[in-house]
Ligand binder design. Structure first.
Ligand SMILES: [Fe+2]
Ligand SMILES: [Fe+2]
Length: 287
């Protein structure tokens, strides 16, 4: 049961060696097909909310420049490498058709109104999103039985952590300019965590499913829901709960002693919420 990319793998996301993919190992992994294709949709569609954010920070040239030159560029690149991986391993899947239908649906959900009421809270919310992606790719890397995918996921994870650090730094800046209570920050974080649980991922997976199974938008979703529940059961074994708890708590800026006390019970609550039984492998450190 191979889990990690070979240490000799020194390539970056600019030059993914698609020809080295162990196709026989991964082609039959339906879970990986859905996770990789679904993630590629959400990453490529990042331009929708990047533009919302740029508009929100349009008098802040430094932030705008980072959002355009680094963040948007890197999120889109994540999408492109995941798309190319999908096309390479599962060429019979009509990626372009599925993405077009996803985009039409998703672009309606991604509006300016979805942003938080203050810049400080929006930066806290962005930290939640990056926590979600960093932990997703860590779990994907652990679940991948194919070395190129495992390495690709760990490189994307590193980018997501770097995004988190940038948003966190901007969050601190705005919290100084516009002092915001812990309760407000907590509410913004909790709101975004609850939203993230079902919306984006389910939309992406549903559009992959419709094209893959050749069903239309009005079809009964029972089978689809069953499949998602099964995938998420597997995925949970690799999900780094401790890392997620640390990253989510950081903007609350709790005293160290309080953080230590809260972290353990928080992980236990999260375990109950997502129904995780055991950790399949030790977590890597986020920072
Ligand atoms: Fe990304
Ligand atoms: Fe990111």
């Amino acid at each position: 049961m191979q889990k990690q990319a070979h240490p000799a793998m020194s390539w970056s996301l600019d030059n993914v060696p698609y020809h080295d993919i162990d196709i026989t190992a991964v082609r039959s992994r339906e879970d990986l097909f859905y996770l990789v294709a679904g993630a590629s949709f959400i990453e490529i569609a990042a331009d929708l909310y990047t533009d919302n954010l740029i508009e929100y920070f349009n008098d802040q040239p430094e932030i705008m420049q980072w959002l355009v030159d680094y963040w948007k560029f890197e999120e889109t690149r994540h999408g492109h490498v995941l798309r190319d991986y999908t096309k390479h391993v599962w060429p019979e899947f009509d990626w372009d058709r599925a993405y077009a239908s996803f985009y039409a649906d998703y672009s309606v959900q991604c509006t300016q109104e979805a942003l938080e009421p203050s810049r400080c809270l929006e930066m806290a919310a962005r930290c939640v999103v990056e926590t979600g992606t960093a932990t997703f790719y860590q779990a994907l890397s652990g679940q991948a039985n194919e070395p190129v995918l495992a390495h690709m996921a760990s490189l994307i994870r590193a980018d997501e952590i770097s995004h988190y650090k940038h948003f966190y730094q901007y969050f601190r800046l705005y919290r100084t300019l516009d002092p915001t209570s812990r309760l407000k920050i907590f509410r913004a974080i909790a709101r975004r965590v609850m939203e993230a649980r079902n919306s984006d991922a389910e939309t992406a997976l549903w559009h992959v499913y419709m094209v893959q199974r050749n069903v239309d938008v009005n079809s009964d979703k029972t089978e689809f829901k069953k499949m998602c529940a099964q995938f998420s059961q597997q995925f949970r074994q690799y999900y780094p709960l401790g890392m997620a708890a640390k990253m989510l708590m950081r903007p609350l800026d709790l005293p160290k002693a309080v953080s230590r006390v809260v972290e353990g019970p928080l992980v236990k609550v999260a375990e109950r919420v997502i129904g995780k039984k055991t950790s399949a492998k030790p977590e890597k450190q986020a920072h």
